[in-house]
Design a protein around this ligand. Sequence first.
Ligand SMILES: [Zn+2]
Length: 436
Amino acid sequence: MSTLIRNGLVLLVDGAGWKTEKKDIRIEGNRIARVGEDLPAEGCTVIDATDRLVIPGLINAHTHAYMTMHRNYADDLAFFDWLDKVQQVEDGMTEEDIYWATLLAIIEMIRSGTTCFVDMTIKSAKEKTGPLSAAAGAVADSGFRAVISRGLAGVSDSEESLMKFGQVVHEMELFKGESRLQFLHGPHAPYSCMADYLQKLTQSCKDRGIGQTIHLSESLAEMDGIAKEHGTTPIQYVDSQGVFDVPCIVAHAVFATEEDIRIMAEKHVSVAINPKSNMKLGNGFAPAKAFLDAGINVCLGTDGCGSNNSLNMFQEMNAAALAYKGANRQARCIGAADVLKMATLNGAKAIGREGELGEIREGALADLVLLRLNEPQFIPANNLVSGLVYSAKGSEVDTVLVDGRVLLRDGKLTTIDENRVYGEIRKITARLGMAG
Ligand SMILES: [Zn+2]
């Protein structure tokens, strides 16, 4: 299968930074074979990209796709009150619910230019045995790309934890042949996982050659709780349990101290910042500039719809560029080019796909997004990197390819029956008694 994306303005990156050039892109199978001028169209399906900006698909480095179910549901609550309300709904969710909610998330992501997400799927729902498969199934069926973990909590040897752990390992095996899916372990947080469970999951990562992702230092209540229980910060506590001895994506790190930052840099931890979620839950602002100065790989996540309430990475890039300037009272704090890098190159690095995702180059996977340039937010086109971060909405996205396959063409989804998904979600929220 060959595809030629012809005559687009292509966002490229090199040592000097981002640049846009008129180029054709030839795709063979699931990879970019050529980026050049006037490439031959023989044997190719042609996508005319005239008046389109072609960018690498955005990577959402921290979310909970199933939480689209919680959109506009538990708002304006303090952190642990919010968590309680969210978990009450989760207890009633079935695997099928998780499947439909994940598909809803994928629709929103495709329509706003995201092509890959790092997911921590449901942690509660005690009687459920296959939530990882439900999330992975939605990704496999839609042609999307994801890195999936199941949120795990508890102690290592309780019957429930053993069951969930065994199930997670079994489910990872089920999807072993699917190249668009990767897996991580997902210890939920230091306040919900006991030390022996953190150690067990880390050992399992080593055995399986995978990484893990964990929420850390997200709220002041968490900081106080861990200080009382362990006499240290959440980041130093999990480091003492070996969590950073495998590739790790830390979500939030809002209250990271200088010593925490030093440790995360030394251990090559990636940090997924989630500015909108942190602001909405009243948690504040991560020291993102200090992370960058320390050489930490900073990537960008939306968090789940329970605390955002959107998965739109254009909104998130905009929030990131503005929030840290405001918090630091420094306009030069973090620029548009830095934020765009977080949403592309750094996300790819965090999931171990550097050079394959997050940039348009020969040999990379063909995860591409075409945006209409004839929209007021891109006119005049003085600086399109600024345009992507400061004025784009995501609604300019009209064509999306993942792994060389077209998932959105001229605004129409090709692999998902959108109305069916919306209908299923309405039925589920009615059954769970959520609709207001
Ligand atoms: Zn989260």
